[in-house]
Design a protein around this ligand. Structure first.
Ligand code: UFG
Length: 342
């Protein structure tokens, strides 16, 4: 293992970023968070401190501002970058495509240019199963499954970012590159000190369920009941956000032990799917709450079902999800109870 333990974590105050920062600190790394809090809250730093006992280093910088970002590279000597900072709301991206292309592509370009300028660092990129689009026949996708047209500008930015990363690698760049294609990370830290903090009305299922049960929202609309699945609702590969954080650590350590440039792409999920109705039932059982919900029309752009073939993650970085969907829903509900009606 190379000695330098400093890692730049862009978007480190966000949902997945903050859980990863906790695991990095627990493993003896020195993460430096770069975040401008446009989609996160500074109080996450208190949560990180309560869990780890350590103050995470923070620089309030917009990753699309290369000058400011470069100053962070000059201040610290990094062994690599975990690049989370990006916009991620599918619906919003349809309304604001330019903001999504500008932010997600510029942020990546700046990080890659600086990674090259600073002699080829380790680089983990937050990609998404959205790059697969709607899979044709097989719903279990491997990293080699042909990608389809992205269903949103957000998805297109992830495909473009992966393309940029691939071209950089082909050019002979010294950067060691890893794309992690996340399926549906959910849950919160079991301490209930950090978790998801959606700004405004949540788009995603688990925060929507939690806020409905907490009385913040009136009722959950289940988008569609006429899909070709057993109960007619969509199926997703949900998994615990702490498992995802651990995938970043294992991926990072794998990169750190390489002798030269490399590019790999890995699915991060469980290989098992749950339907929307199954999730509601698990939630009701765990929380002892009766959730108010009803069926509504399909949501545009939704994919019927998709799950990860996770064998590559196991083979390459020895990672597989250890926590259950019940663990994730329990932790997410405990986090919501701690937030109260916020
Ligand atoms: N759902 C509802 N009602 C809601 C919210 C969601 O029925 O109020 C359903 C959706 O229709 C879907 C499932 O719950 O069937 C999961 O929806 P999420 O929004 O939680 O997750 P998605 O799979 O749609 O989106 C996630 C990430 C995206 C990423 C996408 C890739 O949030 O960033 O996976 O497929 F692009």
């Amino acid at each position: 293992m190379k000695k330098n333990r400093n890692i730049l974590v862009t978007g480190g105050a966000g949902y997945i970023g903050s859980h990863t920062v906790v695991e990095l600190i627990n493993k003896g790394f020195n993460p430096v968070i770069v975040d401008d809090f446009r989609n996160s809250d500074p109080k996450v730093l208190d949560g990180i401190k309560s869990i780890t006992g350590k103050e995470a280093l923070l620089r309030v910088v917009d990753v699309t501002n290369k000058k400011q970002l470069k100053a962070v590279f000059e201040e610290f000597s990094f062994s690599g970058i975990i690049h989370f900072a990006a916009y991620k709301a599918v619906n919003e991206s349809v309304d604001k495509p330019l903001a999504y292309y500008r932010n997600n592509i510029d942020g990546l370009l700046n990080c890659l240019e600086l990674a090259e300028e600073f002699n080829g660092l380790n680089f983990v990129f937050s990609s998404s199963c959205t790059v697969y689009g709607e899979p044709k026949d097989i719903k279990v996708v491997t990293e080699l499954t042909e990608t389809q047209e992205a269903s949103s500008p957000y998805g297109a930015t992830k495909q473009m970012c992966e393309r940029i990363i691939s071209d950089v690698h082909k050019s002979g760049s010294p950067i060691r590159l890893l794309n992690l294609r996340y399926f549906n990370p959910v849950g919160a830290h079991p301490s209930a000190e950090i978790g998801e903090l959606p700004i405004g009305k949540p788009n995603n299922l688990i925060p929507f369920i939690n806020q409905t049960a907490a009385g913040i929202l009136n009722e959950l609309i289940v988008f569609g009941n006429d899909y070709s699945t057993e109960d007619g609702t969509c199926i997703r590969d949900y998994f615990h956000v702490v498992d995802l954080a651990e995938a970043h650590i294992k991926g990072y350590e794998w990169l750190n032990n390489l002798d030269g440039p490399k590019l790999e792409t890995i699915n991060v999920g469980t290989g098992n799917g749950s339907s929307v109705l199954e999730i509601i039932h698990i939630f009701e059982k765990i929380s002892n709450e009766s959730l108010k919900w009803k069926f509504g029309p399909r949501r545009e752009g939704d994919i019927e079902q998709i799950y990860a073939d996770t064998s590559k993650a196991q083979e390459l970085i020895s990672w597989s999800a250890e926590r259950t969907i019940e663990d994730a829903i329990t932790d997410a509900w405990n986090w919501q109870k701690k937030l109260g009606n916020e």
